[in-house]
Design a protein around this ligand. Structure first.
Ligand code: UTP
Length: 478
């Protein structure tokens, strides 16, 4: 039997008759193309997801008992400041002794932003128009310089955006970094299926409707690509993971690395205070006594709204998806296949109909399956959660406008840099609404307020929009 005939038989066995017929109906290069995609399908996995979520119509697994997770709050007294200083030096030691890698999640589709291309190529910076990738790369460069470490940089991409992502790094001269110190790791994909029948959908006659398998796919991608082995071989014990769309992220924040290491944790979280009970953020909590993040849509209203006697939300700890993950823990989670639960999402997915024509649905018609990285938390025997000052570390760019957009991130970044200049004793002009002008500081010039204060030349003044340490566009730095 030819490969294609064997595939057709396997699809029929799996109940995927439509796809089997479509493959049989093609010839030449187009059949080859579809056959190559079918070869990558895990029909056993897809079958079990379809059985559960489509045929049996199961929803998400019932949520266990939710209780508060212990957290390390921002220091409020001298003792807490001493503990933080200890954690900082433990984290700095980890960095200096080359035991940390930086892992950027950039495999998502960024559909809400509606930007054409990988989200990392989004020009978020108001003056220079620098991209998210360029900004993150500058932080990596600054950390390597500060701690004299190799800090290998792993970037999760998807088959859909890997080539463009790599090409943009090449074009940008790898942002001044050694190309050998950056490694792209391509995550897996899963096909969308018809929400009523479970049939695997095609976006074109010879192409499946594939999408990345969720940020939980990081773990299997690291395992499959050999990146975990490479890290272990290089003596790396801890991965710092972060998302491409948060330009405020404090990459490899030593305090976080230090608290994580001191606790001997497997996987840890950074959390910020939610601004309102209904804010769409997962919260860090214990679920049935295990560490976890409860998605906002799963958290019952009475828990989301619950307040402590001091008026604070009981479940205030919004996860910003910044984690420390032990390499050894990632290995146990991927021994013999990825041990994370799958989630379903009902989506509008354009697809080829029975008549061979493209259908653009008005209503959600398809189910996509994904795993989430934070679902690894319950497997962690030890885990810590550290609070971060929201205005210092969290500016998500999810939407084209409004909440969590480039515009909201611009205001947050301006606010951060204005505070840095003010902490250095400079006056920053502010408009009637109190907003500072557009400000940019290259992370290679200063990674934090203290470094900025130390590097500013005498007589330096901020009298309007300013891009400091950046040569990729207009700057009024002087
Ligand atoms: P989001 O959940 O915000 O998804 O990803 P997204 O794909 O970027 O955007 P929408 O939902 O389509 O608008 C959070 C982070 O996780 C990464 C993203 O690149 C982003 O850094 N991610 C998400 C992956 O790396 N792979 C995935 O399969 C999903």
């Amino acid at each position: 039997m030819s490969d294609v005939a064997a595939q057709i038989a396997a699809l029929e066995d799996a109940g995927q008759d439509e796809l089997a017929a479509a493959l049989a109906g093609l010839s030449g290069g187009r059949q080859k193309q579809l056959s190559a995609q079918v070869a990558e399908l895990d029909l056993g996995l897809i079958g079990s997801l379809v059985d559960r979520f489509v045929i049996a119509g199961e929803g998400e697994a019932a949520l266990g008992e939710v209780t508060e997770a212990p957290t390390i709050p921002l220091p409020a007294d001298a003792e807490a400041e001493r503990s933080e200083a200890d954690a900082r030096s433990a984290g700095e030691n980890l960095l200096r002794s080359d035991r940390v890698s930086a892992v950027l999640l950039a495999g998502g589709q960024g559909s809400r932003l509606g930007f054409d291309g990988p989200k990392g190529n989004y020009p978020f910076a108001p003056i220079t128009g620098r991209t998210l990738f360029s900004h993150h790369a500058a932080k990596i460069a600054a950390l390597r310089e500060r701690y004299g470490c190799s800090l290998p940089w792993y970037i999760l991409t998807s088959p859909q955006n890997n080539d463009v992502t790599r090409a943009s790094f090449e074009e940008a001269g790898w942002f001044g970094l050694d190309p050998d110190s950056i490694r792209f790791v391509i995550q897996g994909t899963l096909p969308a299926v018809d929400a009523r029948t479970g049939a695997i959908l095609r976006e074109a006659p010879d192409r499946l409707a594939l999408s990345p398998d969720g940020h939980g796919g990081l773990l299997s991608a690291l395992r499959r690509s050999g990146a975990l082995d490479e890290m272990s071989g290089a003596g790396i014990t801890t991965m710092f993971t972060f998302q491409v769309d948060n330009p405020l992220v404090r990459v490899c924040r030593p305090e976080f690395l230090g608290y994580h290491a001191q606790a001997g944790a497997d996987m840890s979280n950074t959390a910020v205070r939610k601004v309102a009970p209904e804010e769409k953020m997962g919260v860090v909590a214990r679920v049935d006594g295990r560490p976890g993040v409860v998605e906002y849509s799963d958290l019952p209203d009475e828990l989301a709204e619950m307040r402590n006697p001091d008026g604070e939300l009981t479940y205030w700890a919004g996860s910003i998806a910044v984690h420390c993950i032990e390499v050894a823990f990632a290995r146990t989670l991927t021994d013999g296949g990825l041990k994370l639960p799958y989630h379903r999402a009902l989506k509008k997915v354009p697809h080829v109909g029975a008549d061979g024509k493209l259908v653009a649905p008005d209503e959600p018609n398809a189910i996509k399956f994904e795993t989430f990285l934070f679902d690894a938390l319950p497997a962690a025997d030890a885990s810590i959660t550290i609070e971060a000052a929201r205005e210092d570390e969290f500016a998500p760019i999810k939407n084209a406008d409004g909440v969590d957009s480039a515009e909201s991130a611009r205001l947050l970044l301006n606010g951060l840099y204005a505070r840095w200049f003010e902490a250095a004793g400079l006056a920053v002009p502010r408009g009637d609404d109190g907003a500072p002008p557009d400000l940019e500081v290259d992370p290679r010039f200063a990674l934090d307020a203290a470094e900025l204060a130390a590097k500013l030349p005498p007589g330096f003044a901020v009298d309007g929009p300013l891009a400091l340490g950046l040569d990729e566009g207009p700057t009024t730095a002087r």
